[in-house]
Design a protein around this ligand. Structure first.
Ligand SMILES: [Zn+2]
Length: 213
């Protein structure tokens, strides 16, 4: 497992965990080695498979919070590692059988967790279609922001997201900035994230500022 490359500091869950501080997003220059961000916390999800033979050229932005609207728990780790206990919350009973994942999560403090290697197909987009393309899981990287459709995201989440996108674009050059899409864009009528709370202009401004900084 690629996660084996990471420092084991906590075996409290089924994940191999390596903590890293992104406290100063401006200093973030995290490289990608073996399709894993070297400085991210890692928590290996079994919910992935091989990508078909197509290059990675898209990033899909999502939001997630478990339970909805609550932050700071390990429930997202548990969902992506098939360990969510349906008895812990009534909402969990409706999702605990799902087999889903995303490549990255950026929590409210800006900490990044990687669940699936970028070369593998994570299961985040589901049925999807946009500009004549379908099955976005095949060629995209999924990034979850801890949040909801309506609550403003944290400044540090925007800053870390922008840096992560630039790192990914440097590693996978086919990811053009116009290929940043929201889940709601590729699955309209079925998905609403990252929601009206997500400020696309703010993200684009940071991408330009950091790219030329
Ligand atoms: Zn989504």
């Amino acid at each position: 497992m690629p996660c084996g490359n990471h420092k084991l500091v906590d075996s409290g869950t089924s994940c191999v965990i390596a903590w890293c501080s992104y406290n100063n997003a401006a200093m973030l220059m995290s490289p990608v080695v073996g399709h894993w961000l070297t400085d991210a916390r890692s928590c290996c999800s079994p919910n992935y498979d091989e990508r078909p033979s197509c290059q990675i050229d898209t990033i899909v932005l999502h939001n997630i919070s478990l339970p909805p609207g609550q932050y700071g728990s390990r429930y997202i780790d548990l969902l992506f590692t098939n360990g969510l206990n349906p008895a812990d919350h009534e909402y969990f009973a409706t999702i605990s059988d799902l087999r889903v994942s995303s490549h990255l999560l950026i929590d409210r403090q800006g900490e990044v967790t990687q669940y699936v290697g970028f070369d593998k197909r994570a299961w985040h987009a589901g049925k999807s279609s946009y500009l004549g393309r379908e099955r976005f899981n095949d060629f995209s990287i999924g990034i979850e922001l801890e949040g909801t459709d309506w609550q403003p995201y944290e400044a540090t989440q925007y800053e870390v997201l922008a840096h992560v996108i630039l790192v990914l674009q440097a590693t996978y050059p086919a990811i053009l900035t116009e290929n940043l899409v929201g889940h709601s864009t590729i699955s309209p009528g079925r998905k609403t994230d990252p929601g009206p709370a997500f400020d696309w202009g703010r993200l684009r401004g940071l991408l330009m500022a950091f790219d030329h900084g």
